[in-house]
Write a protein of this length. Structure first.
Ligand code: SF4
Ligand code: SF4
Ligand code: SF4
Length: 204
């Protein structure tokens, strides 16, 4: 009888520890959303954004391109908060940025009136060893062509790369808005060679 009570007690403790671990994991995932979950233009810094956003979905409804979505329960972003994944649906950088004035709380900052000044994230040639231009496999400009700020946020730099290519895309992090159109346009199968890290992940 004493043994089975001890067993029962240790089972309860083990269950409690597992629950605490799981809760900790969920909390930490919510505290740092993955770098590929990008907030809409004008989003406040992540902690302030989470405090101000009331999960109403009005920004999502205002987006004419269905770029934004609200996180469901269990997703690695707080449930009900808006985000997009560039590889699937990049932000089109609308001139009138309709998602921003749709936000009733200022979680998306209304002082952003020039979409070129949005800082949703920063693109980077994160997997250069798969980039067709960088490796010389093809003369590819797809990411460059897709950029609304081509020649400013991204340029094709000539010069031999260490992988044998003759040209490569180079991003200016001070001009890049993080719209993700380059990532979406990358010709590679699966993951792109150029990817956007969300502002919350780069501390922008
Ligand atoms: S700027 Fe346009 S495309 Fe981008 S999230 Fe806002 S409404 Fe959607
Ligand atoms: S994310 Fe890509 S497409 Fe968008 S501004 Fe930056 S370099 Fe250009
Ligand atoms: S679209 Fe992709 S493969 Fe082509 S140059 Fe850009 S990063 Fe490289």
């Amino acid at each position: 009888m004493r043994v089975s009570r001890r067993k029962a007690l240790s089972s309860v403790l083990a269950l409690g520890a597992a629950t605490a671990l799981l809760a900790g994991r969920v909390r930490s995932e919510r505290a740092s959303p993955p770098a590929d979950r990008i907030r809409p233009p004008g989003a406040l810094a992540e902690a302030a954004f989470l405090g101000a956003c009331v999960r109403c979905g009005l920004c999502v409804r205002a987006c004419p391109y269905d770029v934004l979505r609200l996180a469901d329960l269990g997703e690695p972003v707080q449930a009900g908060t808006p985000y997009f994944v560039a590889r699937d649906h990049a932000c089109r950088m609308c001139d009138d940025i309709p998602c921003v004035p749709a936000c009733p709380t200022g979680a998306l900052d209304r002082s952003l009136v020039d979409v070129r000044k949005a800082r949703m994230g920063v693109a980077d040639l994160s997997d250069s060893r798969r980039c067709l231009s960088y490796t010389g496999a093809a003369y590819c400009h797809s990411c460059f062509q897709a950029c609304p700020l081509k020649g400013e946020a991204i340029r094709m730099q000539q010069g031999r790369t260490d992988a044998g290519g003759l040209i490569r895309p180079v991003v200016d992090p001070d001009r890049c808005t993080g719209c993700g159109l380059c990532e979406q346009a990358c010709l590679l199968e699966g993951d792109a060679a150029i990817t956007v890290r969300a502002a919350h992940a780069v501390g922008a």
